[in-house]
Ligand binder design. Structure first.
Ligand SMILES: Nc1ncnc2c1ncn2[C@@H]1O[C@H](COP(=O)(O)OP(=O)(O)OP(=O)(O)O)[C@@H](O)[C@H]1O
Length: 271
C-alpha cells in the first residue's frame, strides 16, 4: 500500500553494537581481522564521531551499520532491530556525493520520497524544506555537473535527509572539500542535527571536525597493519556548552587529548 497523507517524522534510532568482528579473506586463502570485539551504544539523537588512524576499521564499522556488509561475529541493532541489509531509514552519505547526474537538484532530493510513494504535496514540502536547509533553493533546477563540490555534497545531504532517516551514517563526507566550504557545511550539519534530532554516526580524519560536531568521539585503534584487529580504544565525551568555539582553550584541550590518543603507537601483541 502506498503511504499517503501527512507523514509523521521518524523517531531517531538508537544503535547497539556488541562484540562486533569482521574478517576479510586474503589472497593467500587465509583471513585478516579488520576489527574485533567492538562494543558501542549510541542513544537516540546522539551525534557520534569516529576517528582513528588509517585502517583501524572506521569505514568497515559504518558499512556494517549501513547493511552493505555482514559482520563475521557479534550483533548490530538499530532501533532494536538487527541490521540485515540497506534500508532508507539509515541514510548514508559518502565522500563522493553519489548523485544522479541526469536528475536536477530538486529531482535528486525528491527521489527517495517519490520511491516511497509519498503523496505529491509531502514530496514537494520535504524537497523544499531540505533545499532551503542546505541553502540551495536558488539552484533547484540545476544539474549536479553545474555545481561545485561543496554544493553537490549539500545536495547529497539534503537527498538523504528527505528520506527522514532515523540514523544518518556519514563517511568522510567533507573530506574532498576546501577548508572554507568544509567549515560552513559543518555548521549547517550541526544546525540540521539540532533541528531534526536524528542520530548521527560520522567518520572523519579531522579531530577538529569531530570535536566541533560530536556529543562523543569514539577513538579507534589497531588494524591489520598494526598486527591487532581494529578496536575501540576510548570514547571521549565533548562537554562543550552552546556554540562551539574552535579557538577556545576547552576546545583545544579536547583536540589535544584526542590527538594524543589517535597518535599513540598501538603495540603489537606478544607472539
Ligand atoms: N574488502 C576488503 N577486503 C579486504 N580487506 C579489507 C576490505 N575492506 C577493508 N579491508 C581491510 O580492513 C581494514 C579496515 O579498513 P577500513 O577501510 O574500515 O579502515 P578505515 O579506518 O576506514 O581506514 P581509512 O581511514 O584509511 O579510510 C584495513 O586493514 C583494510 O585493508
Amino acid at each position: 500500500m502506498p503511504r499517503i497523507g501527512t507523514v509523521r517524522p521518524r523517531q531517531p534510532a538508537d544503535v547497539r553494537v556488541a562484540g562486533l568482528g569482521k574478517q576479510y579473506p586474503t589472497r593467500s586463502g587465509g583471513t585478516v581481522a579488520a576489527m574485533a570485539d567492538v562494543d558501542l551504544d549510541v542513544p537516540a539523537g546522539e551525534f557520534v564521531c569516529v576517528v582513528g588512524a588509517s585502517g583501524c576499521g572506521k569505514s568497515t564499522l559504518l558499512r556494517i551499520l549501513a547493511g552493505f556488509e555482514d559482520a563475521t561475529s557479534g550483533t548490530v541493532t538499530v532501533a532494536g532491530a538487527p541490521v540485515t541489509g540497506p534500508d532508507p531509514e539509515r541514510g548514508v552519505v559518502f565522500q563522493d556525493y553519489g548523485l544522479f547526474p541526469w536528475l536536477s537538484v530538486r529531482e535528486n532530493i525528491a527521489y527517495g520520497p517519490r520511491q516511497a510513494r509519498l503523496q505529491r504535496s509531502v514530496v514537494t514540502e520535504r524537497t523544499d524544506r531540505f533545499l532551503a536547509a542546505v541553502g540551495l533553493t536558488r539552484f533547484a533546477d540545476k544539474y549536479p555537473s553545474e555545481l561545485s563540490g561543496g554544493m553537490q555534497q549539500r545536495v547529497a545531504i539534503a537527498r538523504v535527509l528527505a528520506n527522514d532517516p532515523s540514523l544518518l551514517l556519514m563517511d568522510e563526507p567533507f573530506g574532498a572539500l576546501d577548508a572554507l566550504t568544509r567549515s560552513s557545511l559543518q555548521g549547517e550539519l550541526s544546525r540540521i542535527h539540532r533541528d531534526t534530532g536524528t542520530t548521527v554516526l560520522f567518520v572523519t580524519h579531522s579531530i577538529e571536525e569531530a570535536v566541533f560536531l560530536a556529543d562523543r568521539v569514539v577513538v579507534m585503534a589497531g588494524g591489520a597493519s598494526h598486527g591487532v584487529p581494529g578496536h575501540v580504544k576510548e570514547v571521549v565525551r565533548i562537554d562543550l556548552a552552546g556554540e562551539r568555539d574552535v579557538t577556545s582553550a576547552e576546545f583545544n584541550a579536547l583536540k589535544r587529548r584526542i590527538s594524543a590518543l589517535v597518535h599513540e603507537e598501538v603495540a603489537a601483541p606478544a607472539a
